[in-house]
Each structure stands twice: as structure tokens, then as C-alpha cells.
Write a new protein. Structure first.
Length: 268
């Protein structure tokens, strides 16, 4: 148990870094590690991916909220990109969370893998993500992007427990924003997904996933350990945002997605 806690604390620290630098909220870091530990517990093995997604979503509420608060004075949380996109993401999150609770365990896992692979491929192939011209002027979100795009982001993100940064960051890059701004916006845009998903998962578990250390599908011990590592790290990491070269920031974002993809694929 102590080894498990120590590992979770370490990954919590890593999730704090990725929350601030990449807007992940912890999802891509916490899902693989909680999934691995849940598989090792006979009473939770049948619902391991559901436990991983639910716990990740609960951690994301605190991480994304903390990072949003820390970045509120930087000027990177641009209102014109937050509203009304955030409202439609919330609507999509309701649909995705309920769908996830009814999904087959293997389907959830492989959709998570496919989601990561497609995102990496799109970001590498599409111009403007890795390399951005310094004189590029940010473009406004269109009405269709804010409505249909927002609902789609919310539904997919809540279904997979990843917060939405993997969709919102590439979207903001396509609109010409620097990585520092795109990742900063990913945190508040992840909050409706995290809050709604946590509420649904807390009341949706069956007997195979619930227990004394669980609220619904949410593993309280794992969530607590992850947060103990992430919150202090968020406070420290926010000081380096904006100092990283834009291209390096973008490449590091894709490298972390690739690492999460490998972690889930190799774990059987």
C-alpha cells in the first residue's frame, strides 16, 4: 500500500506540471496509473477503466480549478475564447458522462487509445501546431465551432475522462494562439467536463466498483494521493509558464500524449 501511495504521489506531481504547462488537468497522467492499480485489486478489476476515468475526472476538478485560479492574472484566460464555448462543452459533458457509465470496459479503453492516436497524428500533420509564425494574429471562434465543436469536445472528453485539453489546445493553436495561451485556456474549459463527470460517476457505480474507499467509481485514496502531489507542484510550475519556447512547448505536448498512449496500449 505504501508503495502504491508513493507512486501515486509521484504521478500526482507530474500531473501538476502537465496541468499548468499543457492544460491536461491530470487526465492523461492519472488514467493509466490508476487503471494499472485498479486492475491489481480483484474487487475492482472488472471496472478498472471506469475507476480510472472517474478518479481522473475527480482529480481534474481540483487541478484545473487550482491552475485556473493561479493563471487568472496572467492575461492568458481570454474571455472571447471561453464564452460561449465553455457552456456548450458543459452540455456535451452531460451526454458523454452518462454514455461512459454504460459503455463496455474494453470499448472505453480502446476508444481512449484511438482518441490519443488521432490527436497526435492530426497535430503532427496539420500545419500550425508544432510551428507557429510569430506574427500570426489570433482568429475568433466561429459560431459553429463554439456550438457543435463545444458539444463534441465535452462529450468526448467526459466519456474518456481526459478533460478536453487534447481537443481545446489543438483548436486554439489552429486559431493562432501561442501554446502558453492555449494551454492556459484548457484548464477553465476542462472544468465543466470535470464537475459534471465527477457527479455522474459518483452515483453511477455498481457493486463491482464501489467500496469503503470509493464514492461510486471514484477511488478516494488514489485521488487524495494524486492531489497531495499535484497541488504543490501547480503552485511552483505556474512561475515558468511563458518562458518555454513555443515550438519546444508544442513538441513536449505531443511527446506526453505519445507516452500516455504507449502506457495504455502495453497494459493488458
Amino acid at each position: 500500500m505504501m508503495i502504491e501511495i508513493a507512486v501515486l504521489l509521484g504521478f500526482g506531481c507530474l500531473s501538476g506540471v502537465t496541468t499548468v504547462l499543457f492544460g491536461f488537468g491530470g487526465g492523461f497522467i492519472t488514467v493509466p496509473v490508476v487503471y494499472a492499480f485498479a486492475l491489481a485489486e480483484p474487487e475492482h478489476a472488472l471496472g478498472a477503466m471506469h475507476v480510472a476515468v472517474a478518479t481522473s475526472t475527480a482529480v481534474m476538478v481540483v487541478n484545473a480549478g487550482s491552475a485556473t485560479f493561479a493563471q487568472r492574472r496572467t492575461g492568458r484566460l481570454r474571455r472571447e475564447y471561453l464564452w460561449p464555448l465553455i457552456a456548450f462543452i458543459g452540455l456535451g459533458a452531460v451526454l458523454g458522462s452518462f454514455a461512459a457509465t454504460a459503455a463496455d470496459e474494453s470499448v472505453l479503453r480502446w476508444l481512449f487509445v484511438a482518441y490519443l492516436a488521432l490527436t497526435i497524428a492530426d497535430s503532427v500533420v496539420r500545419k500550425g501546431f508544432v510551428s507557429r509564425q510569430e506574427d500570426t494574429r489570433p482568429r475568433a471562434l466561429g459560431g459553429f465551432t463554439a456550438t457543435a465543436g463545444g458539444i463534441g469536445i465535452g462529450a468526448v472528453a467526459s466519456f474518456l475522462g481526459v478533460g478536453g485539453s487534447v481537443l481545446t489546445v489543438p483548436l486554439m493553436r489552429r486559431k493562432g494562439l501561442p501554446m502558453a495561451d492555449a494551454t492556459a485556456l484548457a484548464n477553465p474549459l476542462s472544468l465543466p467536463v470535470a464537475v459534471i463527470g465527477t457527479a455522474v460517476y459518483a452515483f453511477a457505480a455498481t457493486g463491482t466498483a464501489s467500496g469503503t474507499a470509493h464514492v461510486g467509481y471514484i477511488d478516494l485514496v488514489a485521488a487524495g494521493a494524486l492531489l497531495c502531489g499535484s497541488l504543490p507542484t501547480i503552485a511552483v510550475t505556474r512561475r515558468v509558464v511563458g518562458r518555454i519556447p513555443d515550438r519546444v512547448h508544442a513538441i513536449a505536448y505531443l511527446a506526453l500524449l505519445a507516452a500516455a498512449l504507449i502506457a495504455v496500449v502495453v497494459r493488458r
